[in-house]
Design a protein around this ligand. Structure first.
Ligand code: C2E
Ligand code: CA
Ligand code: CA
Length: 234
């Protein structure tokens, strides 16, 4: 599935986040929040990661990109994938096989307190960055916020977690914290995406605070590939 992202600068939807969907035997969706942690433990995450990345490249390769308002697709990477030696080679190979320009791809990596191979993560990130693929820090503010993580890794984009976004509309203190966070990230030269935008009020405030991209049910829920392509056709 793809969930469109709204670009504030262009005042239109201009990309999406790819989100994996799995159905059980009865055809009901199983939440990725339930099966991704299991996949990370039993190693299936490597196949899932490859599947999603390949699927996005395949989708992009089958359309004439000039006919669509699609400038970037974000793909989630598990930290488990990122600490696998030479992970970058596989992704770059898939990208090359499908002939997708690297600037169409953005990888979202979740911040985490439990990285035991930071050198491997950094090496993978550097190689992907050299290839021209952009990297975002996902879920900022969800619990493992660590400023040294941001300073030591080459992130160009920060995704503010929906929990923090929602809190900012509940308490004044959280709003102050969100504003200061966005100001700091922008001063560091990073682009800001806010997720979980569900209302017009939230969207207005987040634009006022300087977010570059907004994502959430207010703009669109995650939708299947064909619906996404129909929506983005010029
Ligand atoms: P995430 O990366 O933070 O993705 C955003 C999640 O927030 C998605 O849930 C999306 O459907 C949901 N969301 C977006 N806008 C709104 C909103 O306005 N309101 C509410 N209530 N929710 C909103 P989803 O698709 O269930 O995915 C959950 C998590 O599973 C993702 O969180 C991500 O961490 C993981 N995940 C999903 N797809 C993949 C994948 O292909 N690979 C990996 N490694 N992880 C994935
Ligand atoms: Ca994400
Ligand atoms: Ca999130």
């Amino acid at each position: 599935y793809f969930q469109p992202l709204y670009s504030v600068k262009d005042n239109k939807l201009d990309g999406a986040e790819a989100l994996i969907r799995l159905r059980d035997e009865e055809g009901n969706f199983v939440s990725p929040e339930d099966f991704i942690p299991i996949a990370e433990k039993n190693g299936t995450i490597f196949d899932i990661g490859k599947f999603v990345f390949t699927n996005v490249c395949d989708t992009l390769s089958k359309i004439n990109l000039n006919d669509y308002n699609i400038h970037k697709i974000d793909i989630n990477l598990s930290v488990v994938q990122c600490i696998q030696e030479d992970m970058y080679k596989q992704l770059i190979m898939i990208r090359n096989n499908y002939n997708i320009p690297s600037n169409y791809l953005n990888l979202e990596i979740t911040e985490t307190s439990t990285i035991n191979s930071p050198e491997v993560l950094l090496k993978n990130m550097k190689h992907l960055e050299d290839d021209g693929i952009e990297l975002s820090l996902d879920d900022y503010g969800s619990g493992h916020s660590n400023i040294s993580y941001i300073l030591s890794l080459p992130f160009k984009m920060i995704k503010i977690d929906k929990g923090i976004v929602w809190k900012a509309f509940e308490t004044q203190r959280a709003d102050i914290a969100l504003k200061a966070t966005i100001d700091m990230m922008k001063s560091l030269g990073m682009k800001i995406v806010a997720e979980g935008v569900e209302t017009e009020e939230q969207s207005k405030r987040l634009i006022e605070l300087g977010c570059d991209y907004l994502q959430g049910y207010y703009y669109s829920r995650p939708i299947d590939c064909q619906s996404f392509l129909n929506l983005m056709k010029k």
